[in-house]
Ligand binder design. Structure first.
Ligand SMILES: NC(=O)C1=CN([C@@H]2O[C@H](COP(=O)(O)OP(=O)(O)OC[C@H]3O[C@@H](n4cnc5c(N)ncnc54)[C@H](OP(=O)(O)O)[C@@H]3O)[C@@H](O)[C@H]2O)C=CC1
Ligand SMILES: O=CC(=O)O
Length: 324
């Protein structure tokens, strides 16, 4: 069995694959591969351990007839045409749970940083703008006792809610398509409709997957309905908010601030106006980027491939129907 690994991963996961009899080829340049480069590599391989969000569509699957399984080193799989994978007989797995804490930490970091304008204030130092102590210059807002609205209270949303409750005693409200009884019991989270989420939250954090229903859900009309003192956080996918509308909402003070770990496109242009706003923090998609979490993600992906190579169901398979 051979596997193509599309970027460098922690050595523990590579060793695990080797010890289980895999022949390994790695894109050790660590550069993003175009779809044609990925196809050229996968044509020769039984399995793909995929890092990153390159589009794996029906053209990809029909061009790689030898491929038997793909282990994604991500929980999100909006970049994969799952129906095309199933039609091609390719099992696809992802990495749920192991990255929930780390990603919630980044949402929490953004929430706190935006509330205190930390990135904007830090930029004053290298710019030579920190002249004197000011009592009223660019003040932040407190989070304690405020209401955190979670759009998509699943695995990561739960971890953020838990942290916000423990650290700031925030009231948690949330909107999903179905209720989350564990969050209601553990955290006293209250289920609300989407309109109440917008009008009652002091901060809204997005944790849904990207889908046709969530794409551009946060747009001009939605930002208008939020409190003018509200903070918008998105660590899920850049396409869930409309960036032009977000910029306008910030410029016209329809909302108070924003924190983003995800943008559309990625990377964001270095000239993007969001990067110069004092009430905005943008990070380069680092939700799961800790040594421990990336090691767990790669190991989980490797274990899925090991199961597949033994003819077993991948434990974290996304398209179970591929097994018939
Ligand atoms: N920044 C980063 O580095 C990272 C980003 N992510 C992103 O975070 C996303 C969430 O991950 P995770 O928490 O594990 O996923 P989960 O599936 O556990 O949670 C997603 C939640 O969104 C809700 N949801 C889905 N569709 C809708 C909808 N149309 N309207 C309202 N709610 C909806 C779901 O509830 P229900 O089904 O009841 O509606 C569920 O509670 C990933 O898909 C990925 O895109 C993940 C990891 C790292
Ligand atoms: O964006 C990261 C993921 O795991 O999904």
């Amino acid at each position: 069995m051979n596997v193509f690994i599309s970027k460098n991963i922690p050595s523990q996961a590579v060793e695990l694959l080797k010890n289980n009899g895999f022949e390994i080829d790695i894109n050790s340049d660590d550069k993003n591969l175009s779809q044609e480069e990925l196809i050229a590599a996968c044509k020769q391989h039984d399995f793909l351990l995929n890092i990153g969000h390159a589009n794996l569509d029906s053209h990809f699957f029909s061009s790689c007839p030898n491929l038997k399984g793909i282990a994604l080193a991500s929980v999100g799989y909006d970049h994969v045409d799952i129906n095309a994978a199933t039609r091609a007989g390719v099992a696809v797995s992802n990495t749920p749970d192991v990255l929930s804490e780390a990603t919630a930490d980044i949402a929490f970091l953004l929430l706190l940083a935006v509330s205190r304008k930390a990135f904007g204030r830090a930029r004053e130092i290298p710019a030579g703008e920190w002249k004197d102590f000011s009592f009223l210059h660019e003040l932040g807002i407190d989070l304690s006792g405020k209401t955190l609205g979670i759009y998509g209270l699943g695995r990561i949303g739960y971890e953020l809610a838990r942290k916000a409750k423990a650290a700031f005693n925030m009231n948690i409200i949330y909107y999903n398509r179905s209720k989350n009884p564990k969050a209601e019991k553990d955290l006293d989270a209250k289920y609300v409709n989407f309109d109440d989420l917008l009008t009652k939250s002091d901060a809204i954090s997005v944790h849904t997957n990207l889908s046709p229903e969530t794409e551009f859900r946060f747009n001009k009309d939605v930002f208008k309905r939020m409190k003018s003192s509200a903070i918008f956080i998105n660590t899920a996918r850049g396409k869930i908010h409309n960036e032009k509308d977000l910029i306008e909402a910030l410029e016209t003070h329809e909302i108070w601030g924003a924190g983003l770990d995800v943008t559309d496109p990625e990377p964001m242009s270095k000239d993007n106006p969001l990067l110069n706003m004092t009430n905005v923090c943008v990070l380069p998609h680092i939700g799961s980027a800790t040594i421990e979490t990336r090691t767990k993600m790669a190991t989980l992906a490797a274990n899925n491939l090991i199961a597949a190579a033994k003819g077993k169901q991948m434990p974290q398979v996304v398209n179970k129907e591929v097994y018939g």
